[in-house]
Ligand binder design. Structure first.
Ligand code: KIV
Ligand code: ZN
Length: 517
């Protein structure tokens, strides 16, 4: 089954979300899935339905609302997981894929699963057959494949295909492989699995040694035709293969990837990266390939001179091809609601009327303070809105007194369930005072594990964006985001946002999240 198309399987909403502090609410996941559909990825892995009611609902909602890509749900090779995945994917109809995984390496068999090889083979067949009873499109992943004995791996892959798997994924679960070795493993499977041509070979690489993209590309050269990864490379531990890099490598080096292509709409890449960074709260490094702030910035005079004479002297890709440059004129306070909504749609947000009203109010307030409202400002305002939850707390007013000879004190007013609640507190600084006042109102105590502030746009009137990770004492690290021209207000908004998210984020089921038993 070797074609010239390399399928792109995005697992930002599943493996990406396993990154500590990256949890997203339903609304945020839906926005990301819609943007991934505009980007034209082939498969969206929308979640792990058995893990929690929230994950089930996310997969079901994305399966219903997002058209275009195949929608996949992950399942351990156990009946209750596969059944939950099948149910959650019902609204996707023919576009549903169940992704079943089972560890195969000696270390996982002996120490994690405590199962013999024969049992792994039997379970593989049973799991895939059960998944087939719900959907025709079934993917099977032998977890930790790259550390599995190749002969046994070939047997497992054959068993999965015999049972009906249409895609066989070969994960480098712990990021242990090296490019040449991983490519050899793909070649080995192509030569030793009798029915290998009946399935698409997929690869799924983690970045523990910084090899995820290199390994994925080496595997493509060896015959893999599906690459799994995430945008911005987010994911467990050091993350997954960064899909924007995989896609652009295939596009930029036709001499190496002769005749191969993906269906990705590359001009949507930057927008997708920014949306994911904003909604997951995970910043992109300035020097990150393709989507980092400096990816196409030329500092040295020699380079600048070269670029001006001929772009290709120092640029191997046209930045516009991945969505840089070419932005429309920024909006101003004179821009109307229609212009704002149209720009937000271009930026990847599909908003309800109820969400647009408060965003427009804040847009006008911002327009009064700043000459121009840039796209990044708008993304921050819309991000605030989709991060909120109906019925939750919203910040109405904040007043802080601070100075070198006064104890910082904050007074905060919060709206909740139709009531206005107000309280004040001193603190160890203005942000601490604001947080303590909010704690008194909502009657819980959060501890800041991470506090990041950055300017969304340039200039003294820039919108400041605060990202927090808060520990409310239940073992979870909850991300909160807020934006304002005033950093203290942005911090208070971010903290209220974290409180709202803590109320709705699913609590991990012991033994399921992160453990992939
Ligand atoms: O890394 C891994 O092995 C996984 C599997 C579930 C495919 O994420
Ligand atoms: Zn993974």
């Amino acid at each position: 089954m070797n074609s010239d198309r390399v399928l792109i399987f995005d697992t930002t909403l599943r493996d990406g979300e396993q990154c500590p502090g990256a949890s997203m609410n339903l609304r945020e996941k839906l926005e990301i899935a819609r943007q991934l559909a505009r980007l034209k990825v082939d498969i969206i892995e929308a979640g792990f339905p058995i893990i929690s009611d929230g994950d089930f609902e996310a997969v079901e909602t994305i399966a219903r609302e997002v058209s275009g890509p195949i929608i996949a749900g992950l399942a351990r090779c156990v009946p209750k997981d596969i059944e939950a995945a099948g149910r959650s994917l019902l609204p996707a109809g023919e576009r549903a894929r169940i992704h079943v995984f089972l560890a195969t390496s000696k270390i996982h068999r002996e120490h994690k699963l405590r199962k013999a090889s024969e049992e792994i083979l039997r379970l593989t067949g049973e799991g895939v057959r059960q998944a087939k009873s719900y959907v025709s499109d079934v993917e099977f992943s032998p977890e930790d494949a790259s550390r599995t004995e190749p002969e046994f791996l070939a047997e497992v892959v054959q068993a999965a295909i015999e049972a009906g798997a249409t895609t066989v994924n070969i994960p480098d679960t712990v990021g242990y492989a090296m490019p040449g070795q991983y490519a050899d493993l793909i070649t080995y499977l192509r030569n030793h699995v009798r029915d290998i041509n009946k399935a698409v070979i997929s690869v799924h690489c983690h970045d523990d040694l910084g090899m995820a993209v290199a390994n994925s590309l080496a595997a493509v050269q060896a015959g893999a035709r599906q690459v799994e990864g995430t945008f911005n490379g987010i994911g467990e531990r050091a993350g997954n293969a960064a899909l924007e890099e995989v896609v652009m490598a295939i596009k930029t080096r036709p001499d190496v990837f002769a005749g191969l292509s993906t269906a990705v709409e590359t001009r949507e890449i930057l927008k997708t990266s920014r949306l994911i960074s904003r909604l997951s709260g995970l910043q992109v490094a300035r020097s990150k390939a393709i989507v980092g702030e400096n990816a196409f910035a030329h500092g040295s005079g020699i380079h600048q001179d070269g670029i001006l004479k001929m772009r290709e002297t120092y640029e191997i890709m046209d930045p516009q091809e991945v969505g840089w440059g070419g932005t429309d004129l920024p909006l101003t306070k004179h821009s109307g609601r229609h212009a704002m909504v149209a720009r937000l749609e271009q930026l990847g947000f599909t908003l309800t009327d109820g969400e647009i009203v408060p965003i427009f109010t804040r847009f006008k307030e911002l327009g009064d303070k700043k000459k121009f409202v840039y796209d990044d400002d708008l993304v921050a305002l819309a991000g605030d809105a989709v991060a909120g939850e109906t019925g939750a707390y919203s910040l109405e007013y904040i007043h802080v007194t601070s100075g070198s000879s006064t104890v910082p004190t904050a007074t905060v007013r919060i709206r909740h369930a139709g009531e206005t609640l107000q309280d004040s507190s001193p603190g160890n600084g203005a942000v601490d005072a604001a947080m303590k006042a909010i704690d008194r109102i909502v009657k819980r105590t959060g501890h800041l594990a991470v506090y990041l502030v950055e300017a969304v746009t340039e200039g003294q009137d820039a919108l400041g964006e605060v990202t927090l990770k808060v520990d409310f004492g239940d073992g979870r690290l909850i991300t909160g985001k807020g934006a304002s021209t005033d950093v203290i207000e942005a911090s208070a908004r971010a903290y209220v946002n974290a409180i709202n998210r803590a109320l709705v984020m699913p609590k991990p089921i012991p033994g399921v999240v992160g453990s992939l038993v």
